[in-house]
Structure formats: structure tokens, C-alpha cells
Ligand binder design. Structure first.
Ligand code: SAM
Length: 189
């Protein structure tokens, strides 16, 4: 499987994908903690899902955008040689179906929804499991020089970081890698 050609394709199409630093972070976590089952929210073209599958994980991944779903389907058909990826063509916010339990939840979707998605999907996290959220720095934008919509997103991300820090059932560490990553471990073992 050629991840670098998929990365080049996504970048050419201006589709945001995880940085190399985030990819290395995921790989380290997956190997260190022998992560097997991953829930991803935000497939885009399938780059991060295929990367995690290449590290040996089974990945259930949600994508709500039809164009992205078609692209991801194609890439999964081409590159997911061990059939480790289950593409869920749904909005994760409104999805009502059943899900198995996961060792890791990777949230890389709409930034305004992180807290809602965290609350909705952490019941599917195994004891001692992890939640990783990407893009928490949101490009280090200065709230004084962006439009009101972006100011709202920055406020929501700030609130989400406090929510993680204060969560009684998770221990969270923030990393500067990539565009800012949070790593939360479920404490109720
Ligand atoms: C940053 S991209 C994901 C990149 C991907 N993880 C990668 O690195 O290859 C975010 C994607 O999340 C999708 N998305 C946003 N909110 C979502 C939701 N509530 N449910 C499903 N997909 C969502 C968007 O359509 C977009 O394709």
C-alpha cells in the first residue's frame, strides 16, 4: 500500500489530513499499548484510517460527506489489503446504530462538535482505553484577527480543553505535536 501517494493526492485536492507528526504519535500509541480496535470520526479520504490499519488495527471510521465517502471507499478497496477498515457513511452526531467496544477513539472531525462526539462515543471505549483528538491548536489562530465564526470555534475548543482537563473519569495530557493533540485515558479501570 502506498500511503505517500494517497497523502500527495489528498494534499493536491486540498483535503486536510493528519500531519506526519500526528501519524507518528498514533503509531507510537498503537504500538506501545497494543491497540487493536479503533473508532475514528472523520475519515476524509481514508488516509489516517489506512495508516492505522497498516499498524495492525481494525478501524471503524465515520464520514458524513458524500464526496469523501466515495473517495474513501475507493481507497479502502485499493489499499486495505487485510480488510481491516469498516467505513461508516454517516454523520457521527446523529448515528443511532450499534457499535462494538474500542481501545482507541480518534476524533478528527468538525471542531465545534468535539465535546458532543466525546460524550456520545466514550461509552464505547473499553476500560483503560484512550481518546485522541487532533487539531486542538487550530493553526494557532489569533482570536483577535479572525471572523466571528472562527472566534466561536476557538472558544469551543478552549471550552473542550477545560472539559477534558476537569473530566473526573479521564486523565488528559496535551501535546504540541502536529496541530495540537489531546490524549485522554479512561481512569475507571
Ligand atoms: C480533518 S478531515 C479528516 C482527516 C482524516 N482523519 C485523515 O487524516 O485522513 C475531517 C473530516 O471529518 C468529516 N466530519 C466532520 N464532522 C463529521 C461528523 N459529525 N460525522 C462524520 N464525519 C464528519 C468531514 O466531512 C471531513 O471529511
Amino acid at each position: 500500500m502506498n500511503l505517500s501517494s494517497l497523502k500527495a493526492y489528498a494534499l493536491e485536492k486540498k483535503v486536510p489530513i493528519i500531519t506526519d507528526a500526528t501519524l507518528r504519535f498514533l503509531e507510537t500509541m498503537i504500538q506501545k499499548h497494543a491497540i487493536h480496535d479503533v473508532l475514528e470520526i472523520g475519515t476524509a479520504m481514508g488516509y489516517s484510517a489506512l495508516a492505522m490499519a497498516s499498524f495492525g488495527c481494525h478501524v471503524v471510521t465515520f464520514e458524513r460527506d458524500e464526496f469523501m465517502v466515495d473517495e474513501a471507499k475507493r481507497h479502502v478497496e485499493w489499499y486495505d489489503e487485510h480488510k481491516r477498515i469498516t467505513l461508516m457513511p454517516f454523520d457521527a452526531l446523529t448515528y443511532q446504530g450499534e457499535l462494538p467496544m474500542f481501545d482507541l477513539i480518534f476524533i478528527d472531525a468538525a471542531k465545534s462538535q468535539y465535546q458532543t462526539l466525546f460524550n456520545k462515543y466514550t461509552p464505547y471505549l473499553k476500560k483503560g482505553g484512550f481518546v485522541i483528538c487532533d487539531n486542538l491548536h487550530f493553526h494557532h489562530l489569533n482570536p483577535d484577527v479572525v471572523n466571528r465564526h472562527t472566534q466561536g470555534l476557538l472558544r469551543k475548543l478552549k471550552t473542550f480543553k477545560s472539559f477534558l482537563t476537569e473530566h473526573p473519569h479521564f486523565e488528559t495530557t496535551f501535546f504540541d505535536e502536529g496541530d495540537g493533540i489531546s490524549l485522554s485515558r479512561r481512569l475507571d479501570v
